[in-house]
Write a protein that binds this ligand. Structure first.
Ligand code: GRF
Length: 190
């Protein structure tokens, strides 16, 4: 399946997918200086550099992202550390074909970029990672795969984030394979 990956940060999930042999045909970013964008350049993966300042609205930026992914024949969009919310027309353009990885056991700590900090602050003993289908309802689309990660007494944000990342690197590939099987089944039926 042809994957289009959206990144804003370090890009460890992107790197993990590429190293595991997933067919990443395009990478889009709103932060051209991020680690994920640097990785795409290094590997020669087509990179859509879509800084918000180049556009007058989020809708306009997302229309450019949609066109970029369509031009590369993307079949599944993977939000791997994207720090913005897709606008409605983008979600509709790839309806049921966008997945997101989130660093908590959703529905806990939904909706922000500080789920790891929140887990430590609230004192939960268990948190984790979730991959879900993206709908227009932020972080609330159908859950595909989750993995629990215990919060240890001595954890810092960095140490907990590191173990959550390890979990993400296991469950994002599983979720993509699940989507691949589902989409193949629905196209065979339809
Ligand atoms: C991950 O923790 C993901 O859950 C969150 O952003 C982070 C991205 O990490 N949405 P990386 O850029 O893939 O290393």
């Amino acid at each position: 399946m042809r994957l289009g990956v959206v990144v804003s940060g370090k890009g460890s999930n992107l790197r993990n997918l590429v190293e595991r042999g997933f067919n990443v045909v395009a990478v889009a970013t709103n932060r051209p200086t991020c680690g994920g964008a640097a990785f795409a350049r290094k590997r020669g993966i087509p990179l859509g550099e879509l800084s918000q300042r180049g556009f007058t609205s989020a809708e306009e930026r997302d229309a450019a992202m949609r066109d970029f992914f369509h031009a590369h024949g993307v079949e599944l969009v993977v939000d791997a550390g994207y720090d913005r919310i897709h606008s409605e027309p983008f979600v509709e353009a790839f309806s049921g074909r966008i997945v997101n990885v989130h660093p908590s056991l959703l529905p806990d700590f939904a909706g922000g970029m500080d789920a790891v900090e929140q887990a430590l602050q609230t004192g939960v003993k268990m948190t984790g990672a979730t991959v879900h289908v993206v709908t227009s309802d932020l972080d609330a689309g159908p859950i595909l795969v989750q993995e629990a990660v215990p919060v240890l007494e001595a954890d810092t944000v960095e140490s907990l984030r590191g173990r959550i990342h390890d979990a993400e690197h296991r469950i994002l590939p599983q979720a993509i394979r699940l989507m691949e099987a589902r989409l193949a089944k629905s196209s065979a039926v339809g």
